[in-house]
Unconditional design. Structure first.
Lengths: 184, 459
């Protein structure tokens, strides 16, 4: 019987690091199901899902990945997933919206907008932020499926925008898709 | 996830450049609404429109709220009324116009087009009755728009109809004298009129169309102007060539068209009505910052109408089409930049400053859509001269196989240079001078037809 594991790795980035990590999984005869990675200021973080034979344990994966030679240590967390995931459905949920929030940088901006989402039953699907000079930009991909009134959320966001001093805009994901992708 | 720069560029377009959908227009076939009496026909038409379009405005508003893109106008176009009303007399047509007004009001649309006839080859008795009804029909209604196709590349120009229409236009204006001849702003004369145009006053639901269809008109020139300003400020006035500017217009139009198509398709899904076309026309509004004239300024002529204006309009028109055609599954309608004088604040100003004359405007209509549009002229210009101005515009369309139109407003009691204002989307402008008045009547009095051009014989 196979086991599905979720593996998280964080390390300083260098050429070949992805080949090494996936190589370690390959040596354990693991099969990658999905992978997501991101680099921020020279640090790599990766989260991946892989299937292994029944006799491979999370400790084996940690041992193998931790032993990869690298200038900095690789921090690894592995968990066995007891409810296997299905293949992710195509596309995004129907009520996916994109919120952009821009303003002068200060502490607590991401906390503020993410708390807003939490209090209004909005799930954050993705989040990216950038800082240019003293301007901070947050781009959130949100699932508003559990929200009853989009109009109400718009009003609340307007209030939040006034309170926080951020310029907040919420638009449906479809608009970004159709204006930026060739297929429609 | 989409890239951050793409997201921010799109947000910029929606927030700062006032992206909107100018109109969603529902075309409705009325050919099955004919009944024994005029009263029963009126009732049937009213009921049919209420039935088809009852949820139309609500659906547009819902999609608009969901996507966060305003839909400025919700409109209806109908089968040209003269085809529905065969055998009816002038007074019957007036009753029909009033029934259409009631229906448009009941379903909450802004305007209704298709009080129309098609006479490019010849006029039936019904068509003549229809024409006779126009002054009263347009004076007694607010939302009803009329149009007539009197010419085509295939059939030539019906000069008999055009002779009558010069006087009809004067009568329409006179009948609405207390509104400065506003009735004439709701009436357009066409060559090669398309059956799927969502813009007014010339929208009809062509007889080639299905029972009901949704057509969309995209956002105005403001989006293009803001994008060009940004490009020029980034690259500096010396860091750009015209082909790069054309490319920017193309890409902006792609995005604008996509938004229009998205709104149209979602409304059409909600209503279970077939989606027709996206009309790529750049339609200005009197709002500052939403002007085709402004684009001419940005692209380098200090006066609209100065040499170079026609070339700029040609490039603009072409770039808009190239961007839009790839963006949309189905493009149609007029699909070209409009230069309606009263509806474009900078064109209107150019008339007041004597920069833009009727002849230059006519030249510009050779390379764009849709013709001499919303041009206020002195009320004392004679009928034959009006017919002759329209004949010139029709000839451009006929020979160049394109749509052209004329919406001239002979403003009662006003002379060249005096200001006239209709308010709202219809705008304001000084009255445009007309040269050589009264010198074309011998030509107009011939009547008959201008035969179809040789290149129409393609079979």
């Amino acid at each position: 019987m196979s086991k599905q594991m979720i593996i998280s790795v964080m390390s300083q980035d260098r050429p070949g690091i992805i080949a090494d990590i996936t190589g370690a999984i390959y040596e354990l005869q693991g099969d990658l199901a999905d992978l997501n990675q991101s680099i921020l200021f020279g640090y790599l973080t990766m989260i991946l899902i892989a299937n292994f034979d029944g006799d491979v344990n999370p400790e084996d994966v940690i041992a193998r990945v931790s032993h990869i030679k690298s200038p900095t240590k690789l921090d690894v967390i592995v968990r066995e997933m007891h409810t296997p995931i299905e293949i992710a459905p195509d596309g995004v949920p129907q009520k996916t919206y994109i919120v952009t929030a821009q303003g002068k940088n200060k502490r607590g901006l991401v906390h503020g907008i993410s708390s807003f989402c939490y209090h209004h039953n909005i799930n954050i699907l993705d989040l990216a932020t950038t800082r240019t000079g003293d301007q901070y930009t947050m781009i959130l991909q949100l699932d508003l499926d559990k929200v009853e009134s989009i109009a109400e959320i718009r009003q609340e966001l307007q209030k939040y925008s006034e309170q926080s001093g951020l310029h907040v805009v919420m638009q449906h994901h479809d608009i970004f898709k159709v204006t930026n992708e060739i297929g429609f | 996830m989409l890239r951050s720069d793409q997201i921010l560029a799109t947000v910029e377009m929606i927030q700062k450049e006032n992206l909107d959908v100018r109109t969603v227009t529902m075309g409705i076939n009325l050919l099955n609404c004919r009944r024994d009496t005029i009263e029963a026909t009126c009732e049937e038409i009213e009921g049919h429109i209420r039935n088809k379009a009852g949820n139309f405005v609500e659906a547009c508003d819902f999609v608009s709220r969901k996507l966060g893109i305003p839909v400025v106008n919700k409109r209806i176009s109908i089968t040209p009324i003269a085809l529905v009303a065969g055998g009816y007399l002038k007074d019957d047509f007036i009753l029909l116009a009033q029934a259409l007004e009631r229906a448009a009001t009941a379903v909450g649309v802004d305007i209704l087009g298709g009080f129309s006839a098609q006479v490019e080859k010849g006029m039936t008795r019904t068509d003549r009755e229809y024409i006779a009804s126009l002054p009263e029909a347009l004076a007694l209604t607010d939302k009803v728009c009329a149009s007539i196709n009197i010419a085509s590349t295939q059939k030539g120009i019906n000069m008999d109809a055009l002779t009558i229409l010069g006087q009809t236009i004067k009568d329409i204006a006179e009948m609405t004298r207390d509104q400065h001849g506003f009735g004439a702003a709701k009436f357009v004369v066409f060559c090669n009129q398309p059956g799927d145009n969502p813009f007014m006053a010339g929208a009809i639901h062509g007889i080639e169309e299905a029972d009901a269809v949704l057509n969309v008109g995209v956002s105005g020139p403001g989006v293009i102007a803001r994008s060009l300003e940004r490009l020029i400020s980034e690259k500096g006035p010396n860091g750009l060539k015209l082909d790069e500017i054309a490319e920017d217009i193309k890409q902006t139009t792609f995005r604008v068209t996509r938004c229009g198509e998205l709104v149209g398709r979602q409304v059409s899904d909600m209503l279970g009505i077939e989606f027709g076309v996206v009309d790529l026309s750049l339609a200005p509004t009197p709002t500052v910052g939403d002007s085709v004239g402004e684009i001419l300024h940005i692209l380098g002529v200090d006066a609209i109408g100065a040499p170079g204006s026609t070339a700029i309009v040609a490039m603009l028109n072409d770039a808009v089409k190239k961007g839009g055609i790839f963006a949309s599954k189905t493009v149609g309608g007029l699909s070209g930049a409009f230069i309606p004088v009263m509806e474009d604040s900078l064109l209107a100003k150019a008339v007041g400053d004597n920069d833009l004359c009727l002849e230059k405007l006519e030249a510009m209509t050779c390379v764009c859509s849709v013709g001499l549009d919303m041009v206020p002229i002195p009320g004392d210009v004679d009928a034959a001269t009006i017919s002759a101005i329209i004949a010139d515009e029709m000839a451009l369309g006929m020979i160049n196989s394109k749509t052209t139109a004329a919406r001239l407003i002979p403003v009662p009691g006003k002379a060249a240079g005096e200001q006239v204002s209709f308010g709202g989307l219809f705008g304001a402008s000084p009255v445009m001078p007309v040269k050589n008045v009264g010198k074309s009547s011998r030509f107009i009095n011939w009547g008959g037809k201008i035969p179809a051009p040789v290149h129409s014989f393609k079979n």
